[in-house]
Ligand binder design. Structure first.
Ligand code: AMP
Ligand code: MN
Ligand code: MN
Length: 339
């Protein structure tokens, strides 16, 4: 059988570096550890290294989580660097120089804004998660329970436990096959996705309490400042899930959540429910993502950030309303029963 892009990339290689994106989410940690586990079992002659930017401790049930390195060794040179779940080079953060210095590069991803920044690129924008993309590159027979647990974690995190519109029949079929490895799915879902510390619940409550509606209730916005994080002794890993709760506010098409990274610098998360393409807005501000979930980093005060974003959100909402009105008028002219 013909070799796939991953198998071809591994030919003649002795050292491999695996990279994800800054502030790695469940899909990023899950996919990177899945490939780490798979290579450790199937290609034991390879020296595999995984660098990730401060992965959240809630993923420590995944095998080899303890082997993740959070600081690069600048003197190391790798024959091959594989990036996973990262939509552009900047998202590699402080590990970007390791990517630049590698002999060969391969990018495995599912972001529609990814233009293919590596030598070889395997990007499936329709896939629910990078774990789903990686699954297609692995030999199904050789996926162990440990690897399956990583892939399953990646899928549940990027699909919001199988509920986002990116969840396809294939996603469910893959999840089903992974379950056959004997995973404790309920525990994985509760422990890594739903469980919150007391402080995380407090921050969620605060973000919801202080959220504001705009565009006649079609958008919702909330912000967490550095001083709030300091007050609770919390970090950015404690803010997962806030944007998802904002998104399901009744009547809301678009949710915006921002938190302060540095004075006058904010990480922006955008979500939409139906017609808004938030990846376009995030890409305009130098970020990226998917139609219904995207992000970027923006400068300025909370008000500057909201004002700049809302111009783009409003423009898309107006264009959508205009298109709907035109459609209704057309239908009216034709009259019922006419094709
Ligand atoms: P988040 O709001 O951080 O959960 O991100 C939502 C989606 O947008 C994820 O698929 C991210 O990978 C992507 N994303 C978030 N921030 C950025 C960024 N600064 N640049 C490119 N993509 C991003
Ligand atoms: Mn991600
Ligand atoms: Mn992803």
């Amino acid at each position: 059988m013909e070799k796939n892009i991953l198998e071809r990339s591994l030919e003649g290689v002795t050292s491999v570096l695996l990279l994800g994106h800054i502030h790695p989410d469940g899909d990023c940690v899950g996919t990177c550890l899945a490939l780490y586990n798979y290579l450790a079992e199937q290609e034991p002659q390879l020296a595999v290294t995984l660098y990730l930017d401060n992965p959240a401790g809630k993923f420590s049930y995944l095998r080899y989580f303890d082997r993740i390195r959070t600081e690069a060794e600048p003197e190391m040179r790798f024959d091959l660097c594989i990036t996973m779940d990262s939509s552009d080079r900047e998202r590699l953060g402080r590990f970007e120089p390791c990517f630049a210095a590698a002999g060969r590069t391969l990018c495995i991803d599912h972001h529609r804004t990814n233009r293919g920044f590596a030598e070889k690129n395997y990007i499936l924008p329709e896939a629910s998660s990078c774990s789903e993309v990686l699954y297609g590159l692995l030999d199904e027979e050789k996926i162990s329970r440990a690897t399956a647990e990583c892939l399953y974690t990646g899928i549940i995190h990027d699909t919001g436990v199988f509920k986002f519109s990116s969840t396809s029949r294939r996603t469910m079929e893959i999840a089903g096959r992974l379950m056959e490895r004997g995973l404790d799915c309920a525990r994985i879902i509760d422990d890594s996705f739903y469980r919150k510390t007391y402080v995380q619940n407090q921050l969620l409550g605060r973000a919801l309490l202080e959220s504001v509606l705009f565009m006649d209730g079609r958008c919702v916005f909330s912000a967490i400042r550095q001083k709030d994080l300091d007050f609770y002794g919390a970090g950015s890993n404690d803010l997962d899930g806030i944007i998802d709760q904002l998104r399901i506010t009744e009547g809301v098409e678009c949710a915006v959540f921002i938190y302060e990274l540095a004075p006058d610098e904010f990480k922006v998360s955008l979500r939409s429910n139906e017609y808004l393409d938030v990846s376009r807005i995030a890409a305009y501000f130098g970020g990226g993502g998917h139609i219904h979930a995207a992000g970027c980093t923006m400068q300025g005060t909370v008000h500057d950030v909201l004002n700049n974003l809302s111009l783009h959100i409003e423009a898309q909402i107006r264009a959508h309303d205009g298109a709907c009105e035109a459609g209704a008028a057309d239908a009216g002219q034709k009259g019922p029963g006419q094709a």
